[in-house]
Design a protein around this ligand. Structure first.
Ligand code: SF4
Length: 334
């Protein structure tokens, strides 16, 4: 941002998900660009030299220090270390969710950036080389997004059609269903030792089902799936978060349950979701998603987001919708 002609940063500290999710808090300062490294170093030093956060590996996170001292307390420590006060400043509201998909003009005249969905974030080495060659052919660049997609930048207007055509040939149609851009699944099985449930394979089946059932109606709908509580795919902050968990009992040896998190959000709607629907067996995940999405699409007020629908609907009602029963009754997914 630029404040009174000075480029710099607001600072937020203590964010993190995993088993103890926290939204970062505003440190309440403005840091000019040339002081950024110095302030970041002081912040990290304050944390790493406090031995309270070295006694237990699971507590070795800055978010626990921010819990203990508050953002004001952390700021006081940082300023004491720097030997000076920082400039007061209230951080602006975070930008809303943006996935940068599709074709957009750049600031540079005649150039465009093209956001490309990558289905469950899977791309081969051969495809990477082909995309790099394509970008190099017009002096462009390739950037990765946090939603496991990529952007090709610097595309001349005269090369747009050719570029999107070539991307489709490589396996990445730019006009794919919007869910493919917003849904993410963690690395999970079989590549991560922590995974207790399937992730990318399960998400592929879920997406195929949702695309067939709901077409393109789920634009900007964020579906986040993790194979364990570490939350690498941010299940806490999805419109619907799915987290693989363990079963209390096994049915036919393959219960494979997932917890369902609702009311999470990012950007201006940042919020940690709640695990409102527990231990849904894998074969029933698609049906419970359909019931929640259907209730939202049929019952929403003008343009109401899924998250707002979940906020105004009680826990009991959401659990009943997911289970396919009237509130107060038992159900298959509960
Ligand atoms: S969320 Fe868990 S299973 Fe998934 S990649 Fe992270 S540590 Fe592995």
């Amino acid at each position: 941002m630029v404040r009174d002609g000075v480029p710099g940063f607001a600072v937020r500290v203590g964010g993190g998900l995993s088993t103890v999710p926290r939204i970062a808090r505003d440190l309440g300062v403005f840091v000019p660009v040339e002081e950024a490294v110095e302030v970041l170093r002081a912040t990290l030093d304050v944390w790493k030299e406090d031995l309270r956060y070295r006694l237990s590996r699971v507590k070795a996170r800055m978010k626990f220090m921010v819990d203990d001292y508050g953002a004001e307390g952390v700021r006081a420590k940082v300023e004491a270390r720097l030997g000076r006060r920082l400039e007061d400043f209230t951080a602006p509201e975070s930008a809303g969710f943006a996935d940068h998909m599709g074709i957009h003009e750049q600031k540079q005249p005649g150039r465009h950036h093209v956001g490309v969905p990558v289905l469950v974030g899977l791309i081969t080495g051969e495809q990477l080389v082909q995309v790099a060659d394509l970008a190099a052919s017009f002096g462009g660049d390739v950037r990765l997004t946090r939603q496991q997609n990529f952007e090709v930048t610097g595309v001349p207007a005269a090369r747009l059609d050719q570029t999107t055509g070539r991307l489709a040939e490589i396996g990445f149609p730019v006009d794919a269903n919007p869910l493919r851009a917003t849904a993410i699944a963690c690395t999970g099985e079989p590549h991560c030792n922590y995974a207790v449930r399937e992730t990318k394979g399960k998400m592929l089946r879920v997406l195929a089902h949702l695309e067939e059932r709901w077409g393109t109606r789920l634009e900007n709908f964020r579906l986040n799936l993790d194979g364990c509580p570490h939350a690498c795919a941010l299940h806490w902050v999805g419109d619907i978060g799915l987290m693989g968990t363990t079963a209390r009992e096994t049915v036919g040896g393959t219960r494979q349950p997932y917890d369902r998190f609702l009311r999470g959000g990012v950007g201006s709607e940042q919020a940690v979701g709640r695990p409102l629907v527990r231990r849904v067996p894998s074969p029933r995940v698609e049906a419970t998603l359909d019931r929640l999405i259907g209730a939202w699409l049929e019952g929403r007020a003008d343009g109401e987001s899924f998250r707002d629908f979940c906020i105004r609907t009680s826990d009991e009602e959401l659990q009943a919708i997911a289970a396919g029963v009237e509130a107060g009754e038992g159900g298959e997914a509960a």
